[in-house]
Design a binder for this molecule. Structure first.
Ligand code: SF4
Length: 411
């Protein structure tokens, strides 16, 4: 039996039973193993384990294909991430319930199914999130149109219930009411800007950190089949989730993401002088690490190129408030483009839902800005998006040197 949370006009109702389970493990800090108690602030929300629910109250879930092969009234269909939601068009009235399976945490395609069903196909029946649904996701899932959540047997209802009542992420609330026409125009402008960059330059490249913003740009470049290369700075300190997403992205889009790594001799010299985690000692040590692992590799990745692109947005940080969409990277003697400069986080989420882009599972655990593992942590709702980066430093020092070289606006 699994736990079911249902939302209706009378509030949230819990039904079902949880399995007897051992005491929950101690919460693991985001930076566990890195030694400094100042950084042990936000616990990770662990994804639930085990298979997704196989049944709903009316019987076994049918796969989309099973139902299309033998459609009948009163059935419950469980959509998988790769299913084509449009196949249900004009047949929604026959279904008693639609479930959306989240086989793994952070897969944005479940959100896309809900968006299409509610906003495009006009589905108003029961919509249930099934599978790897965590307490910190239910608020966003409810915002997009889910009205019940089938928790896995090893989960507790209380944290999820508390999240529904109290969790508040302002950048997600905009999703419900956003103006679709304005968003469509923004996507068209992005496509136009990327096409122009590809036509204007001979060897442009996107520097991706696998953030949601960079996934938007990667998706648009791949959809439009633009001759823009994609590379990432594989610092040697990335999250395992980020490394996994590199492969997933390559597979999804059929492209190669070049892994630009730091010079082993420079890393060895830094470690010998400051220790492998020397960046915690002070700003100079941190900037030196970023220089060795990021800035110098970036310089090498951009050698011989005439333009580069980033996913930076103005609202990400005070240091980015005046970010231009196009600027001259004078030191590297090339043009630099920030095509998402005026995008909001809600725009990024809307794009992710519209095009079902792969997203880092770290977002579902409270990470908003994602960098190297020891220098990034989850943030609390309402905190500045960059608060999780180098949190032991002041706000105005929070750049790694990739984007601080002298530039002038142009082109
Ligand atoms: S983010 Fe941290 S680990 Fe990564 S390069 Fe900078 S200081 Fe080093």
């Amino acid at each position: 039996m699994t736990l079911l949370l249902s939302i209706d006009a009378n509030g949230v109702r819990i039904s079902g039973e949880a399995e007897a389970r051992p005491a929950p493990p101690r919460p693991v800090p985001a930076n566990d193993g890195h030694g400094d108690v100042r950084k042990k602030i936000v616990p990770i929300v662990r994804p639930p384990a085990g298979p997704s629910q196989a049944e709903w109250e009316g019987g076994a879930w049918l796969s989309l294909q099973q139902w299309l092969d033998a459609p009948h009234a009163g059935a419950g269909v469980l959509l998988q991430p790769a299913d084509d939601t449009h196949a249900l068009k004009d047949r929604l009235a026959d279904l008693a319930i639609i479930g959306v399976d989240f086989p793994r945490i952070g897969d944005g395609r479940g959100y896309s199914h809900a968006f299409l069903l509610r906003q495009r196909l006009g589905y108003s029946g029961p919509l249930r999130a099934v599978g790897a649904v965590t307490a910190d996701q239910v608020f966003a899932l409810e915002q997009i149109g889910f009205d019940s959540f089938a928790l896995r047997a090893d989960q507790a209802a209380e944290p999820t219930l508390a999240a529904l009542h109290t969790y508040s992420v302002p950048y997600l609330t905009a999703f419900r009411d956003r103006d679709a026409a304005v968003f469509d125009a923004k996507v068209r402008l992005l496509e136009k800007a990327l096409t122009a960059i590809a036509q204007r330059h001979e060897r442009p490249a996107l520097a991706t950190s696998l953030s949601a913003e960079d996934m938007v740009l990667t998706d648009a470049i791949a959809r439009l089949k633009l001759p823009i290369d994609v590379f990432t700075l594989d610092t040697g300190r990335l999250h395992a989730e980020t490394l996994a997403l590199i492969g997933e992205t390559e597979q999804r889009y059929g492209l190669t993401i070049v892994r630009q790594q730091p010079a082993p001799s420079e890393v060895a010299a830094y470690v010998a002088a400051h220790g492998v985690d020397g960046f915690y000692k002070g700003l100079a040590e941190r900037k030196l690490c970023c220089s060795v692992r990021k800035v110098l590799p970036l310089d090498r990745a951009l050698e011989g190129r005439d333009a580069w692109l980033t996913g930076q947005r103005r609202e990400q940080a005070t240091t980015r408030a005046a970010l231009a969409e196009s600027e001259r990277d004078a030191e590297r003697n090339m043009q630099k483009y920030n095509p998402l400069a005026d995008w909001s986080w809600a725009d990024v989420l809307a794009y992710a839902a519209r095009f079902s882009i792969p997203m880092s599972p770290l977002y579902a655990r409270g990470y908003v800005s994602i960098g190297c593992e020891p220098c990034t942590k989850a943030i609390r709702p309402g905190e500045d998006p960059r608060a999780g980066r180098w949190w032991w430093e002041s706000q105005d020092s929070k750049e790694c040197g990739l984007h601080t070289k002298p530039t002038t606006t142009g082109q």
